[in-house]
Design a binder for this molecule. Structure first.
Ligand SMILES: Nc1nc2c(ncn2[C@@H]2O[C@H](COP(=O)(O)OP(=O)(O)O)[C@@H](O)[C@H]2O)c(=O)[nH]1
Ligand SMILES: [Mg+2]
Length: 237
């Protein structure tokens, strides 16, 4: 399905499902944009800010739903995916990052996954667990951008210092750094930029779709070859 309308304004956000694992996720017919971050990084708040008045991520804020993959269809043509937060492993593997198994499966194998928004609290110096997540995403060739959240809570100088320190830590892993954004769910800072990223990706998909010879082509088949490619979004921050 091709989206003819601009997606920068979210006009409908429909809760699809809370999936316990990859197999329970809906079909791969629509492009997906997933949000990950530590618990408390500001994921649900940012999703709600993106959706405006629609209160999209309310379900994910409900206890019991936070361990599930919460999926929302936006404007009937793409999806936002609220992934469970990550933590450290207990026991022998402690100090190693621990994903919910379903999250790892989703990130590695979901063929219609376009881009991951990785949320990091801008008020904190680089956290080992966030660095490990970025390393994991790089190792598994998952396309992602960095989103530094809660910028209203600390001074601009602190945000700048924390972002610079984080960038410093990860820069050796990249030839080209991933794009980074600073956001506040409270003030709306960064909202248009994040929606702009989604718009860019959707436009690219639509352009590819308009070039496709077969009218009945399945979107998921078209996305699959690009699945492991890094997004070409090299904005410095
Ligand atoms: N000041 C401020 N607080 C925020 C912001 N985003 C989230 N919070 C607060 O941080 C806490 C965790 O946010 P939440 O969205 O539930 O995080 P999640 O666990 O990643 O989904 C809540 O108390 C939010 O009100 C923000 O941009 N600014
Ligand atoms: Mg949440």
């Amino acid at each position: 399905m091709r989206c003819e309308i601009s997606i920068v304004n979210i006009s409908s956000a429909i809760f699809d499902c809370s999936a316990p694992d990859l197999d329970s996720c809906p079909d791969e017919s629509l492009p997906e944009f997933a949000f990950i971050g530590r618990s408390n990084a500001g994921k649900s708040s940012l999703l709600n800010t993106l959706a405006g008045e629609l209160g999209m991520a309310r379900v994910s804020a409900t206890p019991g739903f936070t361990k599930l993959i919460n999926i929302f269809t936006i404007n009937k043509c793409w999806r936002l995916v609220d992934l469970p937060g990550y933590g450290f492993a207990h026991g022998a593997r402690k100090h190693r990052v621990r994903f919910n198994e379903a999250v790892a499966e989703y990130l590695e194998h979901r063929t219609n996954l376009c881009l991951v928004f990785t949320l990091i609290d801008s008020g904190l110096a680089p956290q080992q667990i966030d660095l490990e997540i970025v390393e994991w995403l790089v190792r598994h060739a998952v396309p992602f951008v960095l989103v530094f959240t809660k910028t209203d809570k600390v001074s601009a100088a602190t945000v700048h210092a924390n972002v610079a320190a984080f960038t410093d830590h990860i820069s050796a892993w990249f030839e080209k750094l991933p794009a980074g954004f600073t956001c506040s769910a409270k003030t709306g800072q960064g909202r248009q930029e994040l929606l702009g990223v989604i718009d860019e990706q959707m436009t690219a998909i639509n352009v590819a779709s308009s070039r496709a010879p077969a009218p009945t082509e399945d979107l998921s088949l078209r996305i699959r070859p690009d699945r492991k490619r890094r997004p070409d979004l090299n904005r410095p921050w």
